[in-house]
Each structure stands twice: as structure tokens, then as C-alpha cells.
Ligand binder design. Structure first.
Ligand code: SAM
Ligand code: SF4
Length: 344
């Protein structure tokens, strides 16, 4: 069983970010956590919990003590090897917060660095500098974290080979276990910021190769290093609980999402919008996510037409066949391969 918990608060709102988060609602954090605890406690877990991901927003933007009641309830239901990740920002993940979360049971930290270049950090509207990232990682280790991820972003107008190479050099110094490298995406509401982007497959490939050269094996289009079991569960299409405003969860063919207005969530944390998926939706998702990751796709999951097209790609060595599953050796081509396989 997997759990996602959403914390919709951030110290400041980054101009590119479409995640559900607010920088002007810290006055209601206590009420929010009360609703969150109520929602979580309404579930009697039948299976042991194998992963928890506390994401956001910025989980470190609120005091660690607010998580007490959640952990008190979840701890008796945890699998012995439960992976518990919390996201954090370099400014707010101070030593006390990190120590407290580690003590509660968090054993994986995911720190949003985005860059180590001061110009790029300013360009992205981040409120920390690179020194702060180094300090947060150092503090995380002092607090006892050994499984640490750092998020970086690329595909911005400022990126060049030289700049990405300096990002790699900085990452190489950190002695961490995982790196997530996200290409800057701008959803429609940020279309006026399209000029922020630089879509360069050459730079993307350069970054991927460089990350692999410093020991971080790519296992999903944006993820490198020691596999995150929680993310793997999404790509495998496992069910998971999503707790909190904006949080998405799935059970079988039902996908639900919490209210996207914090007041509505606080008033009724059980009110969800529901999407019913059909066999084809589920299959397409498994194929799409499998092609973007090391999960791959079961040949039997493909329709007859898809299987015939997959055969052509296997012959052209664009897909690899192993034990009746197909694997994509170049995740950057996942979208094109999916479109080719699923054409009408
Ligand atoms: C949900 S955020 C939470 C992490 C934390 N609040 C932070 O920003 O440091 C997770 C990651 O998503 C990535 N991200 C956010 N907006 C993005 C965008 N528009 N395009 C690509 N990556 C994005 C960033 O790398 C960020 O660290
Ligand atoms: S701090 Fe993270 S979650 Fe918050 S606005 Fe920035 S990128 Fe989005």
C-alpha cells in the first residue's frame, strides 16, 4: 500500500510552478493539518504501508510538530522497510526540522535545489542560493539522512553545455543517492512565460549522459540513481491513497482528487472529484509510463495492432524484448514511441 500526502504551502510561489501550493495561507496550516489528520484517520489500513511520500508545495515550510499526529496513526501500519520521503526546500529545511522529521520516521529526503548557478536560481525566481543547498544537504546528513534526492531543472533559456556541466560538478560533490532532473514545463496558464524555455534534445542527452557518468543511472525519464519505490509504484500503475487538498489517489478504475480550495478541503476533507477510468485508459497509462521508465510494458498488455508495431520497433532496435516485456532504451523518445504504437 502506498500513500501520498500533500502539503499545499510554500514560502514563495515560483513563477513556473503549477503544483497546488500557496504562499499566503500560512494562517490556516493548523486547520489544514486537523483536516488532514481527520481524513487519514478515517482509513483502517488492511495492508501494510510500503511507501509514504509527503510532497507539495513545500513540506518543510510548516513546523515539523504538525506531522506528529499523522505519524502516530500511521506508524503501527508501516511495513518494516517502509520508504518515507519528504520533500523540502533548502531555506526551510533547517537542522531542527530535519532532525524532527528523521525522528518521526522520514528516511528519504527530496530537496528542491533546481540549480547551483546563482543567475539561473534568480531567473527561476528561487529564494535560495547555492550555498543554502550545500548547507541543507550537510544538515540532512547530520540529522541522519542517508537516502537523499536533489531536484534540478533544465531546459531553461539560460542552459548551455557549460552551465549544465557546472550543475553536474556541483551535484557530484554532494554525495547523495538520487537526482531528479526535470525539464522546465509550462502549462497553459504560464504560456506567457514560454520564452523561459529552451527545448534542446542535445542538451537533454548531454545532461543524461553526464549524470550517468557520475554514477546516477537513469531509470525513468527524469530520475537517476537509487530507485525511489514510491515513484516506481506510480509507474507500475499500483493503487495509492492521496490525502490532502489537490492530492490524487487511485483505487482500481477510480481516480479521485481532493478539493483545490483549501477552505473547501478544511470544511470537508472527504469531498473528492472522481474520474472513472476504463480498461483502455488504464492500459494506455501503463504503456505510456512503462515506456518512460525501467518498468517496461508487458507484451500481453498491448492490443494486436500495438504488438505488431512493437515488433517493428524491436527489429529496428528502438525497443528491447526481454521475458515477454518490452523496454525502451531511450526514455527521451517515449512520447514518440507511444504515439507510434497507439496510432488508430
Ligand atoms: C512539487 S515540487 C516540490 C519541491 C519543493 N517545493 C521545491 O520546489 O523545491 C517538486 C519539483 O518539481 C519540479 N517542478 C516544479 N515545477 C516545474 C515545472 N514547471 N517544470 C519542471 N519541473 C518543475 C521542481 O524541480 C521541484 O523541485
Ligand atoms: S517552492 Fe516548489 S512547490 Fe512551491 S512554488 Fe516553488 S516549485 Fe512549486
Amino acid at each position: 500500500m502506498h500513500i501520498y500526502i500533500h502539503i499545499p504551502f510554500c514560502e514563495s510561489k515560483c513563477p513556473y510552478c503549477a503544483f497546488g501550493s500557496h504562499s499566503d495561507k500560512f494562517n490556516i496550516t493548523k486547520e489544514y493539518f486537523k483536516a488532514l489528520v481527520k481524513e487519514i484517520k478515517s482509513i483502517k489500513f488492511k495492508d501494510k504501508i510500503s511507501t509514504i511520500f509527503i510532497g507539495g508545495g513545500t513540506p518543510s515550510s510548516v513546523e515539523a510538530g504538525l506531522y506528529d499526529e499523522i505519524f502516530e496513526y500511521l506508524v503501527p501500519n508501516l511495513d518494516i522497510n517502509c520508504e518515507i520521503t519528504s520533500e523540502a526546500n533548502p531555506n526551510s529545511a533547517n537542522l531542527n526540522w530535519l532532525k524532527y522529521m528523521r525522528k518521526l520516521g522520514v528516511n528519504r529526503l527530496s530537496l528542491g535545489a533546481q540549480s547551483f548557478n546563482e543567475n539561473k536560481l534568480k531567473f527561476l525566481g528561487r529564494i535560495h542560493d547555492s550555498k543554502r543547498v550545500f548547507k541543507a544537504i550537510k544538515d540532512a546528513k547530520i540529522a541522519g539522512f542517508t537516502n537523499i534526492n536533489v531536484d534540478i531543472m533544465y531546459g531553461t533559456k539560460l542552459d548551455t553545455k557549460a552551465l549544465l556541466s557546472s550543475e553536474i560538478q556541483a551535484l557530484n560533490k554532494l554525495e547523495i543517492t538520487h537526482i531528479s532532473a526535470y525539464s522546465l514545463m509550462l502549462e497553459s496558464k504560464f504560456s506567457s512565460k514560454k520564452s523561459y524555455q529552451k527545448d534542446s534534445p542535445i542538451l537533454a542527452k548531454y545532461l543524461i549522459n553526464s549524470l550517468e557518468n557520475i554514477g546516477f543511472k537513469q531509470y525513468e525519464i527524469s530520475n537517476f540513481g537509487q530507485i525511489c519505490n514510491h515513484n516506481l509504484s506510480y509507474w507500475r500503475g499500483d493503487d495509492y491513497y492521496g490525502f490532502g487538498a489537490y492530492a490524487v489517489g487511485t483505487t482500481g478504475f477510480k481516480r479521485y482528487k481532493g478539493a483545490t480550495n483549501l477552505r473547501s478541503y478544511i470544511d470537508n476533507p472527504f469531498k473528492k472529484s472522481i474520474e472513472i477510468l476504463n480498461d483502455e485508459n488504464k492500459r494506455d497509462e501503463r504503456v505510456f509510463l512503462g515506456l518512460r521508465s525501467c518498468v517496461g510494458v508487458d507484451l500481453l498488455d498491448l492490443s494486436l495492432e500495438m504488438r505488431q508495431r512493437a515488433k517493428i520497433l524491436i527489429e529496428e532496435k528502438k525497443l528491447i524484448l526481454e521475458n515477454e516485456r518490452i523496454y525502451n532504451p531511450n526514455f527521451l523518445l517515449a512520447d514518440e514511441i507511444f504515439l507510434y504504437l497507439s496510432q488508430p
